[in-house]
Design a protein around this ligand. Structure first.
Ligand code: ZN
Length: 137
């Protein structure tokens, strides 16, 4: 988590700031494009400025890093051994913010699909995403 991360990105990560254009997010966008789903990015008029918005299907895709967003039961969602209190309170705040964003979006009629980083890494997200997007057809 240290040296391979550029300073600006690292600063955002440490602050727990929502960051755009992460590698998993870009991979999901490429998949959507290849499969003919058109989307808008980082729509700041919606709660939490969601990553990927597919207006035509009223679906929002959130691409979540397993570590920051605490993918439950996932090996990527480990807790660092030092500064435990710091991490635990940061994680709790992230999870709380995620929940309220999802609730807000759902309350305005959007379907929210979470894609996890580990699903992008192993390529398994595509089938699930396709099912979610074609649900009403
Ligand atoms: Zn995961």
């Amino acid at each position: 988590l240290t040296d391979i991360v550029p300073p600006e990105r690292r600063r955002q990560m440490m602050a727990g700031i929502h960051s755009e254009n992460t590698a998993p997010e870009v991979a999901v966008r490429q998949w959507l494009y290849r499969n003919g789903f058109r989307y808008r990015l980082h729509v700041c008029t919606l709660p939490g400025t969601p990553d990927i918005v597919i207006s035509r299907r009223r679906v929002i895709v959130l691409v979540h890093g397993c570590f920051w967003h605490r993918h439950s039961g996932c090996r990527l969602a480990y807790t660092p051994k030092s500064n435990c209190d710091f991490w635990l309170s940061k994680f709790a705040a992230n999870v709380k913010r995620d929940r309220s964003e999802v609730r807000l979006l759902q309350s305005t009629g959007w379907r929210v699909v979470l894609v996890w980083e580990c699903e992008v890494r192993d390529g398994s997200f595509g089938d699930r995403l396709r099912k979610e997007l074609c649900q009403n057809e």
